[in-house]
Design a protein around this ligand. Structure first.
Ligand SMILES: Nc1ncnc2c1ncn2[C@@H]1O[C@H](COP(=O)(O)OP(=O)(O)OP(=O)(O)O)[C@@H](O)[C@H]1O
Ligand SMILES: [Mg+2]
Length: 259
């Protein structure tokens, strides 16, 4: 079954067609990677798939429902969640509060209900705490729940972003360069973690990365973007051997680039 159908997605910024006719049919439980040089349009695709940018043309359907024109919180409510290329955390808040806030940010009535601390609210808070801990556990962050986000090592901050993304119970998780700035052992750990959460949380995943040694072993399929256009797609094996991909991207020393 296909969970997400993206057709002819394009966006224009002034004279620049940052994404040009992007198509993706994502299967349930599938892991698709999007690769390509800096400025190719990868993050812009994620911004359209999360409602931050409205596409100039094209369609996005999640389980048959059209999402174009909805607000970012509505994309999150319907089951698309993401992490960011540059880590976005509340640095002066604790680990546990960072994850909690991910849930409240995506609901409309929460400010009011959190001002009225009713009994239901207290029960709700307890449930929220339990849920946060159930996410911190598999991400090896449970024993750091009370630390401030800014005091976490970099790898932990990346995993905290993952916990935040999982808090809204996504069906589809978008990961924008999850191993940027990591060293080899951390990259290997993150690969294992992505594979594990994909299975345990029954997620479909779209992954952007420049580290080919991270992407290729875990991706079912790879799409290669260059100047907004899809220049190649297929299994990791096929894409890596494609002369067009080698010329535009892989030949340029990008394999382990940390852009
Ligand atoms: N809001 C915007 N206004 C104008 N141009 C934009 C905007 N957002 C993105 N762009 C442009 O669109 C192009 C694609 O940018 P994008 O961030 O999607 O690239 P990317 O593939 O994610 O690159 P990287 O690998 O460096 O992260 C770039 O030329 C960028 O400058
Ligand atoms: Mg990017």
């Amino acid at each position: 079954m296909r969970i997400l159908e993206v057709k002819n997605l394009s966006i224009q910024f002034g004279g620049l067609r940052a994404v040009d006719d992007f198509n993706l049919s994502l299967g349930k439980d599938e892991l698709v990677a999007i690769i390509g040089p800096n400025g190719a349009g990868k993050t812009t695709i994620f911004n359209m798939l999360t409602g931050i940018y409205r596409p100039t043309s094209g369609s996005i359907e999640l389980e048959g429902e059209s999402l174009v024109g909805l607000k970012p919180y509505q994309f999150a409510q319907r089951g698309i969640s993401r992490t960011f290329q540059n880590i976005r955390l509340f640095s002066n808040a604790s680990v546990i509060d960072n994850v909690k806030m991910a849930a409240t940010m995506h609901s409309k009535d929460n400010l009011v209900s959190s001002l009225l601390r009713t009994r239901t609210m207290v029960k709700h808070e307890r449930e929220l705490d339990e849920k946060v801990m159930s996410l911190l556990e598999p991400l090896n962050l449970a024993d750091k729940a009370d630390l401030l986000a800014k005091n976490l090592p970099y790898g932990d901050q990346r995993r905290l972003e993952l916990a935040r993304a999982l808090m809204t119970d996504p069906k589809i998780l978008l990961l924008d360069e999850p191993v940027a700035g990591m060293i080899t052992t951390e990259i290997e750990e993150m690969a294992e973690l992505v594979v594990r959460i994909r299975k345990d949380f029954e997620l479909s995943i779209i992954l952007i990365e420049h580290h080919m040694n991270f992407v290729m072993p875990i991706a079912d399929r790879v799409k290669v973007i260059d100047f907004g256009k899809t220049i190649s797609e297929g299994t990791p094996d096929v894409v890596q051997k494609d002369p067009k991909v080698i010329e535009a991207y892989l030949g340029g020393g990008y394999q382990n680039a940390n852009a």
